[in-house]
Design a protein around this ligand. Sequence first.
Ligand code: HPA
Ligand SMILES: [Zn+2]
Length: 332
Amino acid sequence: MAISTRISTLPKAELHLHIEGSLEPALMWQLAQKHQVILPYSSVAEIEAAYQFDSLQSFLDLYYAGADVLRDEDDFYQLMWSYLCRCREQNIVHAEIMFDPQTHTLRGVDYAVFMAGFDKAITQARQDWGMSVLLILSFLRHLSEAEAFDTLAQAAPYYSMISAVGLDSSELGHPPEKFARVFAKVRELGFKVVAHAGEEGPAEYIWQAIELLEVDRIDHGVRCQEDETLLALIKQRQIPLTVCPLSNLKLKVINDMAQHNILQLLDEGLLVTVNSDDPTYFGGYLNDNYVQLEQALAMNDAQLKQLLINSFKASFLPPAQQQQWIDQINAA
Ligand code: HPA
Ligand SMILES: [Zn+2]
């Protein structure tokens, strides 16, 4: 079977996906009309054409502006439902999905609104095709630690819907150490911990995420190669990295996909995974990211299988459930 067919047909998990980054331009346009939000674009095609970035910040500016069209429960339902339908098409059988509460609460949209919308879509996907979904609450790191504490407290009625807590937004100048105390509280509450680190920020931020936040996974982490001691530690402890190739290309973390280090890290024995990050902004859902690795880096079948297996091994699913999917991949 051709590798591209195997990419699309084999079961996979997605572990690094911002739900606000899956907002399709067509839905953005429709919701802007619905709520009479004035967008700085005059058509869906103009929205798509605007997605040219030169850094993480240049993307985040459009990502937060786009999220402003999300106002009521049905908007959040539509957003989540569209992504889950993509998962079904792409054979993503399990997804661990990040959401940014502060992007909404700061605009006066409460937890009750977005959590109800998410829950309705997730319940439907679970019932209709047996998809499994976990949610990851992410703090915006350009805001203060006090605001992160507030955000965590406001989530209390929804703790049973949340599996992990993460850290995203503008990395440079906002090191993990800024959030050490709030993540101590997060761990005390029993949540898993993830953090974006080593995307644009230096290897030092990955150290801090591991040592101060005690993360279960690193989001991105591609700059770990700049520090051999760190690389050895990540390998020895098998700390998963949720790598996002198309995101790295679109945000100019790399200049060319052929330069991406994901397969080197994989071959060195690190627990790396492939993810789409913000698929509508970066021009591809999960399978497109795997296809890029085949086209630019000549990913072979053994590497593909290992990446798919890693997507379950690095997940927060119970080990027995992970193993069922891994057995299916091994048998394919
Ligand atoms: O790739 C990302 N990095 C940091 N923050 C983000 N928020 C959405 N996507 C990202
Ligand atoms: Zn991300």
